[in-house]
Design a protein around this ligand. Structure first.
Ligand code: HEM
Length: 221
């Protein structure tokens, strides 16, 4: 167990497992959002299920733990890399052929966290949290809130930029996570590159569909 926390490969392993867990959450969250394009009632029913119930609260706490671990280890690994490379870091990053996303994972992650704070403030705080503290203003029907917020073109633009950043983070993140857990070698290298780009694109389009759809509806009405 000691190697897991104290070696560089152990830390990378923790990053990969927590990253894969967060990708699974994204796939779940994206599928849940997409139901809104087909049925408002179904979406509101799911939001109600994920309200102030013990299983939804446990789910939220597990998710927070996954995010904290992922972010804490990202900070540790970034500091460790900076220290190891010292003042040569700019020189060495120019020499290698690592992709832009790979070199900027921490900054991309920071932008995702900033966007997430706005997102949680606008949705989670007014829904699950408000319900937990028995606020009379708690929003029960998520569909109304989604439609209201995404009728604003500026808000939708911010979301689309945020999702673009998430795309770059995932293209490198998915590839790197699977490499770390052992899928590497000549055959898997091009396959993983393709799989990570495809998965990142599916997630980006799946999330973007909802704001874009409601903005179009608003502009046409
Ligand atoms: C762009 C389309 C999106 C829509 C319409 C949307 C909608 C929502 C809604 C309505 C909630 C509150 C659910 C509730 O409390 O019952 C929520 C929570 C949340 N969203 Fe999103 N979301 C979107 C994108 C994202 C993305 C891209 C991420 C991650 C990078 C994300 C991460 C979260 C998290 C972590 C929560 C809190 C989950 C919990 O309470 O367990 N969302 N979202």
């Amino acid at each position: 167990m000691y190697w897991l926390f104290n070696s560089s490969i152990g830390r990378k392993f923790i990053m990969s497992i927590s990253g894969i867990f967060l990708i699974l959450f994204l796939l779940f969250h994206m599928s849940m959002n997409l139901t809104l394009l087909f049925s408002e009632e179904a979406y509101d029913m799911i939001c109600e299920l994920l309200g102030a119930n013990w299983y939804a609260i446990v789910g939220t706490l597990v998710l927070v733990a996954g995010m904290v671990v992922h972010f804490a280890y990202a900070t540790l690994l970034t500091l460790q890399n900076l220290r190891a490379r010292g003042s040569d870091r700019y020189l060495s990053s120019n020499r290698t052929e690592t992709e832009w996303a790979a070199k900027n994972m921490f900054v991309l992650g920071l932008i995702i966290v900033l966007g997430l704070i706005i997102h949680l403030w606008n949705f989670w705080y007014r829904m699950q949290f408000a319900e937990l503290i028995h606020s009379p203003d708690a929003v029960i029907e998520g569909s109304g809130l989604v439609k209201e917020l995404f009728s604003n073109p500026c808000y939708v633009t911010v979301y689309l930029v945020w999702l673009g950043v998430l795309w770059f983070h995932l293209t490198h993140g998915v590839w790197s996570a699977f490499q770390t857990i052992g899928l590497n070698g000549k055959t898997w290298f091009p396959r993983l590159k393709f799989i990570s780009k495809a998965l990142a694109t599916i997630i980006m389009i799946g999330f973007a569909a909802v704001p874009v759809y409601f903005l179009i509806i608003k502009l046409m009405s």
